[in-house]
Design a protein around this ligand. Structure first.
Ligand SMILES: Nc1nc(=O)c2c([nH]1)NC[C@@H]1CN(c3ccc(C(=O)N[C@@H](CCC(=O)O)C(=O)O)cc3)CN21
Ligand SMILES: CC(C)C(=O)C(=O)O
Ligand SMILES: [Mg+2]
Length: 267
């Protein structure tokens, strides 16, 4: 049985109907087939692959070449799910580079949407991409590509000034043409408020259950994190017999709003 492929407008329609969006990171065709068959709506080819696949301590070493390769692998495996690919570290340093690199992710990789980290300084790039027909997913809150500037993977938006900046940037991203927004590691109340304010879908990771959808790093939710997984993640393999069963449990838990629970919502 084949079903209609998901588009960014289909995700917006889900938001308006109050249906939660289920997303996971995905880096290869094998998992793309599995996640797609389980009804995952959005496959994020995240630059987190630098950490979970390549063994780096950060996402900083990941290149556009590598992102295009993994995006192409995912694109071959999916039928229905929307494919979103991360623009990696410094690939949006100028609007020209952003346009060239988005072209690679879409034309070589088959991505439907490109995602970029950052707020106000990225608005011009979001406008330029959007006016060229490139759907953009914005990414605010914790920006892992800035880990060396931030000094660690910390929750963001916990004081008045930074929560105001995130709120403001979220609206500005929507106005600049972004089709989706990922909010990473921000307080649940802030994320929920942004979710009801914006018309575009807001997908949270470490941002509470009030978002329009959830995303997790695939390896974390399969219990494959080396050491202690992030506090906002859940090991869906725990007590289950197969990967397929665990993915199905994640899909159901996001759809019915039981993931993330209070224990997976630090702030
Ligand atoms: N495997 C993996 N999972 C992720 O969620 C993830 C990546 N990699 N790579 C890119 C970014 C980095 N991320 C991370 C990584 C660790 C924490 C973490 O351990 N946070 C602490 C709280 C730290 C604090 O607020 O001071 C936690 O307990 O969750 C958070 C986000 C999220 N993304
Ligand atoms: C954590 C998600 C949102 C991401 O950007 C990634 O996997 O690279
Ligand atoms: Mg990323």
């Amino acid at each position: 049985m084949s079903s209609t492929p998901i588009s960014v407008t289909a995700l917006a329609a889900m938001k308006s109907r109050g249906e939660r969006i289920v997303a996971l990171t995905c880096y290869d065709a094998c998992f793309a087939r599995l996640l797609d068959a389980a009804g995952v709506d959005l496959l994020l080819v995240g630059d987190s692959l630098g950490m979970v696949l390549q063994g780096h301590a950060t996402t900083v070493p990941v290149t556009v070449e590598q992102m295009a390769y993994h995006t192409a692998c995912v694109s071959r495996g999916r039928e229905r799910a929307l494919v979103v690919a991360d623009l990696p570290f410094l690939s949006c340093a100028t609007p020209e580079r952003a346009l060239d690199n988005a072209a690679r992710l879409m034309q070589e990789g088959g991505a439907h949407v490109v995602k970029l980290e950052g707020g106000a300084p990225m608005l011009e790039i979001v406008r330029r991409l959007t006016e060229q027909g490139v759907p953009v997913c914005a990414h605010l809150g914790l920006l892992p590509q800035s880990v060396h500037r931030i000094g660690g993977y910390r929750f963001q938006g916990r004081d008045h000034a930074s929560s105001e900046a995130i709120r403001h940037d979220a609206l500005a991203m929507q106005d600049a043409g972004a089709s989706l927004l990922v909010l990473e590691c921000v307080p649940a109340a802030l994320a929920a408020e942004i979710g009801v304010t914006l018309t575009i879908p807001v997908i949270g990771i470490g941002a509470g259950a009030g978002c329009d959808g959830q995303v997790l790093v695939l390896h974390d939710m399969l219990g494959l994190h080396p050491g202690r997984p992030p506090s906002f993640s859940r090991d869906f393999m725990h007590g289950r017999g197969s990967i397929a069963e665990s993915i199905a449990a994640y899909v159901e838990s996001v759809r019915d709003g039981s993931f993330p629970a209070a224990v997976e919502t630090p702030y």
